[in-house]
Design a binder for this molecule. Structure first.
Ligand code: HEM
Length: 528
């Protein structure tokens, strides 16, 4: 056994011991003996029954559930969201440019940073690490203290974390643009800059862990499980996958896909589901369908997800047992996915009036639905017979956007629309733009996804047909790639409207005009 393997084993053993300690602690503190009453812990005094949406045009910002926020925490949240939205805009522009280049290959080829390889990579790193990760963790900075009914501790350290994270993302994207990368997908940011991101991550995680340790509630609501677990999973993944000169050849590819897929499942998914489990019942004013099921979903995700990524290497020179294990675990993901689906969709489908009333809910519930679709599609895509057709095609890119965009980004849009008026005690300056934003990204994404799914499938069939020229498999995708550019442009326009609202809200000074201090009774809104 060489030193590297020994270090990795020692690290895995240490992490397992921490997990075991957490499990023993949770059992001893009766965290698993949950009842449906625990689902009410997100409501005031454990009593549901009121519609709660600070962005609602009635202008009523319900103060009752708002923790008093210090100016330092407010500054932290504004800094986190304003920079995350900036990365979203820049990342989307790079995505659109990369998309046009796929059917206009001679466009913008004058300088190396403008070429497809760099544009695509800058796009991916900006939207994943700049927008989703930073936006998700900033959401946690508001949501975790709210769930634990205790003010955020060490806000100064968290602010430093946001600044360093932004420097890491900015440095990373400049490095990629200038051709300096580690050369592996999702791990392109040079490891020297990853050190900055790791320090930033620690500065962001420590305040949340300290806040959790000082919590004023005994029961840990399911959203907090997702957030706290994500805070353990992501740093472990990031550290192991970025260790320089540790893995090479097939090993490197295996670690690469183990990391890349786990970023989706053990980082972005907890950020998205944690938020959805809070905001959907909170806005509707009713608890989730089955609280026990929600925890089953959480633990099933923890159990099955970590080996899923190797299905990216089906057909590659990796041991068959490793791929088969991954295929089995990918299919087993149906368990947590159905648990989440039952809990969240039963609630919003049964209270459809709230989807008409609340735009944040519309974003979040649609995002939650897309989680179900993306996960079931992913389980299916991992089956060898399907993967043989879809591998190396645009179909996979459609799937990636169904998960990362239609699920996580939509939930995040809704969360920001809900949280910011409450945090700043000001209404959205352009409330009508919120609905336009929703429809632009919804229609844009539908075009994007349908085009790539169909085009990618036909591309796969053409590539497998030995009687057809390979060029044909490329040419037939052109109309679908053009459609993707149209869809992506609509999505980016939606992001622009989102940014206009966010920055105008942050720049505004006026206090809330109509703060009645009461939630809106659901009966006022046509609830049955
Ligand atoms: C928050 C917004 C977005 C997220 C989270 C996101 C996420 C991703 C991910 C995960 C990938 C890697 C896909 C893979 O390798 O399978 C990717 C690639 C890509 N994305 Fe996005 N994306 C977003 C917005 C957009 C937009 C608005 C466009 C505009 C058309 C776009 C165009 C592309 C293109 C062209 C690629 C490269 C595809 C390829 O290599 O064939 N994305 N994006």
């Amino acid at each position: 056994m060489n030193l590297t393997i020994g270090t990795l084993l020692a690290f895995s053993f240490a992490v397992s011991l921490i997990a075991l300690a957490a499990l023993i602690w949770a059992i001893s503190r009766k965290q698993f003996q949950v009842t449906q009453k625990d689902a009410m812990s997100i409501f005031d005094n454990g009593k549901p029954g009121t519609f709660d949406d600070p962005s609602h045009p009635s202008g009523r910002l319900r103060e009752a559930t708002t923790l008093p926020l210090s100016p330092a925490v407010r500054r932290l949240l504004v800094l986190g969201f304003s920079t995350a939205v900036f990365w979203l805009l820049l990342g989307s522009v790079f995505g659109v440019i990369a998309s046009y280049k796929m059917h206009l290959p001679d466009w913008l080829n004058q300088a190396a940073p403008l070429t497809f390889g760099r544009m695509r990579t800058m796009h991916l790193n900006l939207v994943i690490y700049g927008w989703l990760s930073l936006g998700g963790i900033t959401t946690a900075m508001w949501l975790v203290p709210t769930l634990f009914k205790t003010p955020l501790r060490k806000a100064g350290m968290a602010t430093l974390g946001v600044v360093l994270w932004n420097l890491g993302v900015a440095g990373g994207v400049i490095a990629i643009g200038s051709g300096w990368t580690d050369g592996m997908e999702w791990l392109e940011i040079p490891w020297q800059l990853d050190i900055l991101l790791a320090v930033a991550g620690a500065c962001l995680a420590i305040p949340l862990v300290v806040t959790a340790a000082h919590r004023q509630v005994e029961h840990i609501y399911v959203s907090a499980w997702y957030y706290m677990a994500g805070l353990v999973w992501f740093p472990s993944l990031f550290f192991l996958a970025n260790l320089p000169s540790t893995h090479s050849g097939v090993q490197a590819a295996t670690v690469n896909w183990w990391f890349a897929h786990n970023v989706l499942g053990l980082w972005l998914t907890p950020l998205g589901l944690g938020a959805a489990y809070y905001f959907i019942p909170k806005i509707i004013g009713k608890p989730i369908f089955s609280y026990r099921l929600s925890l089953l979903g959480f633990w099933a995700l923890a159990l099955f997800y970590s080996q899923v990524g190797i299905h990216h290497l089906i057909g590659g020179p990796v041991p068959t047992w490793l791929v088969t294990l991954s295929v089995v675990q990918s299919v087993m993901m149906v368990v947590p996915v159905l648990a989440v689906a039952i809990n969240q969709h039963v609630l919003w489908l049964g209270n459809f009036w709230a989807m008409r009333e609340s735009l944040p809910l519309r974003f979040i519930a649609t995002g939650a639905l897309m989680y179900t679709f993306a996960s079931l599609q992913g389980s299916m895509e991992a089956v060898r017979a399907v993967n043989t057709v879809t591998h190396f095609t645009h179909y996979t890119v459609g799937h990636a956007h169904l998960g990362a965009y239609a699920f996580v980004a939509l939930v995040l849009f809704g969360a920001v629309y809900y949280m910011m008026p409450r945090i700043l005690n000001r209404p959205w300056p352009f409330p009508k733009l919120i609905s336009v934003h929703f429809w632009l990204v919804f229609i844009g994404f539908a075009i994007y996804f349908i085009a790539l799914t169909l085009g990618g499938w036909l591309q796969g069939l053409a590539m497998m047909d030995a009687s057809r020229d390979w060029l044909e498999s490329m040419e037939l995708t052109i109309p679908y790639l053009q459609a993707r550019s149209v869809g992506g442009t609509l999505m980016t326009l939606g992001h622009l409207l989102f940014a206009v609202n966010v920055y105008a809200l942050f720049a505004g000074k006026q206090p809330a005009t109509a703060n009645a201090g009461n939630a809106i009774p659901a009966t006022d809104l046509g609830a049955r």
